[in-house]
Design a protein around this ligand. Structure first.
Ligand code: NI
Length: 177
């Protein structure tokens, strides 16, 4: 399959799963697929800027990255539809709901670091995408914490993808200014 065909198949699948949960972008009534396509857009551009980068794998992981966390899909279903490497990658990007809130991100980052660099890239792209103007209902403290989290992501995933690390660095500098 071409990258374009993979993109179309995957975005339709992911959009349907999130739509079934009526999920929107926090602070807006936009469908969640807008977030997914923004993350995939970052990856599509990163493909051009990166060496030894499996774009087909990365685009699938980007579009599916929140399905295990936010929809009713199971790991098995994801594996059957997209294969084990993609399902494993999405699982690494999924917070473990059994953990305390303040441990979830670091736990996920440690699991991401055991995955191929494309998965690191998706995590970087996810946070780049999310460092837009914060939702209106966020407190100053929440905004500060979100920025601090982004700095941890950047530090932990150093060496993951030079281009996206630079993008995230700039987004952090601009955030909340
Ligand atoms: Ni996301």
């Amino acid at each position: 399959m071409t990258l374009q065909d993979i993109y179309q198949k995957t975005i339709k699948f992911a959009a349907q799963k999130h739509t079934d949960k009526n999920q929107t972008i926090p602070g807006s009534n936009l469908p969640y697929v807008v977030h997914l396509s923004n993350v995939a857009m970052e990856i599509l551009i990163a493909i051009e800027k990166s060496e030894n980068f499996d774009g087909k794998f990365a685009v699938q992981v980007a579009l599916l990255h929140d399905t295990l966390e936010d929809t009713d899909i199971t790991f098995k279903e994801l594996e059957n539809e997209f294969g084990k490497p993609v399902a494993d990658a999405v699982l690494a990007l999924t917070k473990n709901s059994d953990l305390e809130k303040d441990q979830k991100m670091m736990d996920s980052l440690q699991r991401i670091k055991q995955q191929p660099k494309e998965v690191w890239a998706v995590k970087l792209a996810d946070r780049i995408t999310n460092l837009q103007r914060p939702p209106h209902f966020w407190t100053a403290e929440k905004i500060k914490k979100y920025k601090e989290e982004a700095i941890i992501i950047l530090e932990e995933l150093r060496g993951g993808n030079e281009y996206l690390e630079d993008r995230l660095k700039k987004k952090i500098q601009e955030y909340n200014n």
